[in-house]
Design a protein around this ligand. Structure first.
Ligand code: HEM
Ligand code: CA
Ligand code: CA
Length: 367
């Protein structure tokens, strides 16, 4: 059928379970979707389980290099298939949580491990207000060997090192900043061993631009103990700032891309969506895959008031460490409240702390 024929464009197939899709090959995903929404991803919450599934989608995919095949085949499930190797790497500290969360479901369903990880990442995103419809392609080929050490960027690396590694995988500096919008729905469990679920911005359940605002503010405190590798001072009690986010916000190569996201929800969401498409399919032959984007649920919308960026109580433009030389930081309102504001921790999902053996550095179980 001609792509110009409107009936061809809208023709849908009815799957055995009654769902409709444009491509029959996508029917296999509906049982997976129903199961993980109900039993793995906390009923539509943009919380701990969703954050965990999103992070592992990055750590699996980034095992890829445009120049060196030994770096891995990207979004290929290697992080779980060769969990004994990859989860023991320092850069994957905490990814054992994702292994615990996902492997019981991977075992129950019949799609590749690489597909499952990226599908769970896309479904997770669809639970977060402010995200633009995450796409999903089906048909990743599973790994035959693990990714080596050095593929996953670390929070104590320099901007040059991080941009070099990400560039080697195929991302421009602008795309690296775009991808880091993910840290608007994120936090840390392992950077400061004394505290868990410490968010990177004051709204870790909303995909808003607060992450880009708050990382530009002068750091004044540590949410727990000081002196942890990869952590620098944050501006609000209860919030953790990664050294890498701090430096990317201030480096001349990235600062203007960073600032451009501030209070620009539509641009942030679009740039993330485009860069994320690339990430989901790293190392894989997209021409051999099927577009199943219509299986991914529509994310909840973000209200205009929730999309309005703000300074946390008592802080203002005077607390911004201006780094972009081209344009001044946007003027933003200050939220009402006193200086005692503390960002609440992200409630931990017990499923992310279960079955697999953890040797203190990572998970040593195999899939
Ligand atoms: C480019 C450099 C990046 C660095 C250095 C970095 C580093 C980190 C670190 C250290 C944590 C905290 C882990 C913990 O202690 O629990 C974290 C969390 C997280 N990261 Fe990144 N990250 C980067 C890029 C990305 C990208 C591209 C994505 C996804 C598209 C992503 C998604 C997440 C998510 C969702 C979490 C929260 C996990 C949770 O709350 O369970 N990160 N990141
Ligand atoms: Ca991989
Ligand atoms: Ca947020």
């Amino acid at each position: 059928a001609s792509p110009l024929n409107p009936t061809a464009l809208t023709r849908r197939v009815t799957c055995p379970d009654g769902n409709t899709v444009t491509n029959e090959a996508c029917c296999v995903l509906f049982p997976v979707l129903a199961d993980i929404q109900a039993n793995m991803l906390d009923f539509g919450e943009c919380g701990d389980a969703a954050h965990t599934a999103l992070r592992v989608s990055f750590h699996d995919a980034i095992g890829f290099s445009q120049s060196d095949p030994s770096f891995g085949t990207g979004a290929d499930g290697s992080i779980f298939i060769f969990g004994e190797t990859e989860l023991a790497l320092a850069a994957n500290l905490g990814i054992a949580d994702a292994f615990n969360l996902e492997t019981p479901f991977i075992a129950k369903h019949n799609i590749s491990v690489g597909d499952f990880i990226q599908f769970a990442g896309a479904v997770s995103l669809s639970q977060c207000p402010g995200v633009l419809a995450p796409p999903f392609m089906l048909g990743r080929v599973d790994a035959t060997f693990p990714a080596p050490d050095g593929t996953v960027p670390e929070p104590f690396q320099s901007v040059d090192e991080i941009l070099a590694r990400m560039g080697d995988a195929g991302f421009t500096p602008a795309e690296v900043v775009a991808l880091l919008a993910s840290h608007s729905i994120a936090g840390a469990d392992d950077i400061d061993p004394t505290i868990q679920g410490v968010p990177f911005d004051s709204t870790p359940s909303v995909f808003d631009t607060q992450f880009f605002v708050e990382t530009q503010l002068r750091g004044t405190l540590f949410p727990g103990t000081g002196g942890n590798q990869g952590e620098v001072e944050s501006p609000i009690a209860g919030e953790l700032r990664l050294q890498s986010d701090s430096e990317l916000a201030r480096d001349s190569q990235t600062a203007c891309f960073w600032q451009a996201n501030v209070n620009n929800q539509a641009q942030m969401a679009l740039n993330f969506q485009q860069a994320y498409i690339k990430m989901q399919n790293l190392g894989q032959d997209v021409s051999a895959m099927v577009d199943c984007s219509d299986v991914i649920p529509t994310p909840p919308p973000i209200s205009a008031s929730a999309a309005q960026a703000f300074f946390p109580p008592t802080l203002s433009n005077a607390d911004v460490e201006q780094a972009c030389a081209d344009t001044p930081f946007p003027q933003l309102p200050t939220a009402s409240g006193d200086s005692a504001i503390t960002v609440p921790e992200i409630v931990q999902d017990p499923a992310t702390n279960g079955a697999c053996m953890d040797n203190g550095e990572g998970c040593v179980a195999t899939l």
